[in-house]
Design a protein. Structure first.
Length: 203
């Protein structure tokens, strides 16, 4: 599971790296959904370029997490990643899982974005179906363009990301597969212990 988790963390890191790339292509008829996503991107870039914060990496990381967290729906990520194994969990177990899964994702992308490099991102399409939306992009990597799609859900009037799809690979679907496999062989407590170890190694 360790190798698989390393791969999943790489997917998340790539998603954040890609979304921080510049310059940014503009697609026609952008809605507030894409514009809000781009606003967060610009805020993160400003934080990374702040000379004062470069002297205080801990403070910079805290501000980065706070800024990016506003655009992520960790509750939805956790529920979808645990899938059928979410129902049997107690309210306390659910709360603890969301908290731990959030820390795992936060530390994963924080480690990645601090070393981001320039590239080009093109916003190619935006699809809205009720309370769900997808912002489709193409991102340049090593001279080639890679597809990166952001899946968002609207809750309490706000659109937030709950999954990334890079070249057809869903981050949440991969976590779901790994968690499901683990829980067929081990207890939920053992899964949580494994996640705690992963969080500690990314501190």
């Amino acid at each position: 599971m360790q190798n698989a988790r390393k791969y999943l963390n790489t997917i998340l890191g790539l998603a954040i790296l890609f979304v921080l790339s510049a310059p940014q292509g503009i697609m026609a008829n952008q809605s507030a959904i894409t514009n809000d996503l781009k606003q967060t991107i610009n805020q993160v870039i400003e934080i990374l370029q702040d000379e004062n914060l470069k002297e205080d990496p801990d403070a910079r990381r805290a501000i980065l997490r706070k800024t990016i967290d506003k655009r992520f729906n960790y509750q939805q990520m956790a529920v979808r990643a645990l899938a059928k194994n979410w129902g049997p969990r107690s309210s306390e177990e659910r709360a603890e899982f969301v908290k731990l899964f959030r820390k795992l994702l936060e530390r994963s992308y924080a480690n990645k974005i601090e070393n981001f490099r320039d590239g080009e991102i093109r916003y190619s399409d935006e699809i809205i179906k009720g309370k769900f939306a997808m912002v489709k992009t193409k991102v340049q990597q090593h001279g080639k363009f890679v597809s990166l799609d952001y899946k968002l859900i609207k809750e309490n009037g706000n659109w937030k990301v709950y999954d990334f799809i890079i070249s057809g690979v869903s981050m949440i679907r991969n976590y779901r597969s790994q968690f499901s496999k683990t829980l067929k062989e081990k207890s939920f407590k053992e899964l949580m212990e494994s996640l705690e170890q992963s969080v500690e190694t990314k501190a």
